[in-house]
Design a protein around this ligand. Sequence first.
Ligand code: HAM
Length: 430
Amino acid sequence: MSSEDVQSLAGFREFFPAEFALRQHIFAAWRRVAARYGFVEYDGPPLEPLELYTRKSGEEIVGQLYSFTDRGGREVALRPEMTPSFARMISARAGGLPKPIRWFSIPQLFRFERPQRGRLREHFQLNMDIVGESDPLADAEIIAAALDALRELGLDETHIVARVSDRRLVSAILTAEGVSDDRHLAVYAVLDKADRETPEWLSERLEAATIEEGTRARLLELPTLGLEEVRLRYARDEAILAAADSLDLVLSHLGSAGFGDYARFDAGLVRGLAYYTGTVFEIWERSGDLRAVCGGGRYDDLLASLGGVDLPALGFGMGDVVLAELLRDLELAPDATLEIDDFIVCVSDDQRGTALAVGAALRRQDRRVIYDLRERGVGRQFKTANQLGAARAIVVGPDDVARGVVVTKDMSSGDTGEIELGELLDGPDE
Ligand code: HAM
């Protein structure tokens, strides 16, 4: 078997230069935005004890784990998400850190999902999390940061929308509808699929969760209600009204920060992960053809339940796979062209030493420099310089070197000039 016969694994990407350029473009935008919101970068281990996820992530992710027994007999898993590692790291240091803590990371994550458009078995995910603040202003800040990270890449309110809800609100509605606490998670899981599955399928699942027929119909209406309609429908329920007010505040802060057209309430949004306790949100491409670009929310109990500090926390994960698809579809992906400042044309091998010294001096000035890696005719070298799109050619020839200069040629205008070798090689006088 030759090495070409061994294909890469399904769902794992090979980043050829064009794909890598897009990945770097996305990461650079993410880092710029994280810095603007005052977040500092961290990372955790890619391999973790299995129980970190079985205890905290919820069934869906646990069913997708890349887990195995290592050579030391320990049950381990490749990280499918960053939040449990983040929670543990924060717990270890939180005492000594000023609050709120703002950290971000861009981990590569692994989930054994069925590969399809926008969904792979590995992806990179921008994680931004705030710890130590329970005010709705923090919820608005984290959603604004997520939207800004996408706006930085050229997406606006015509392309994307943030669907925002609150688990406290939905849970209070379920309670008002007579659904006991022990069935809430099952109902969330059904509502989470409201936009993807047929009404019959959803109704059957609610029936399986022992929800009565009349209640089933009312629950399935939830995703269509506005916040005002929720208020009117449950006008006498204090818990529902309080949760609705808090969510209203988040949306109004987002409006003040310039994201009013980007965000809307959606009671059908609950999020698959088990640890969310308050605001939850997802950002979708408006047509809804791809899966969510971003998902997150408040998880005020997770830190304490992992045996750490009892601090409120919230954050989001934004995946690079869906985002890269979107940017390509909208022609917002950058060109991956190689940019070369100088191509050094070495007239003959007698000038090789000078040519190499000239190249080294220009690279010290941070210029991007290329030359042929074997002796070639001058015409052929110019042809290569053209093909590579070099901005300037630098000709190192015997007569010019004897005069102490090299000749420059601007490749687009054809203008020529000279550079003093002494000055270039020794650097300007201090
Ligand atoms: P999540 O919703 O599981 O949340 O993932 C967040 C985003 O990661 C998704 O919206 C999607 O863009 C991307 N993603 C997830 N799985 C895949 C996949 N198999 N292929 C491609 N992209 C994928 C979390 O992971 C939470 N831990 C986020 C969070 C941080 N919540 C609070 N802090």
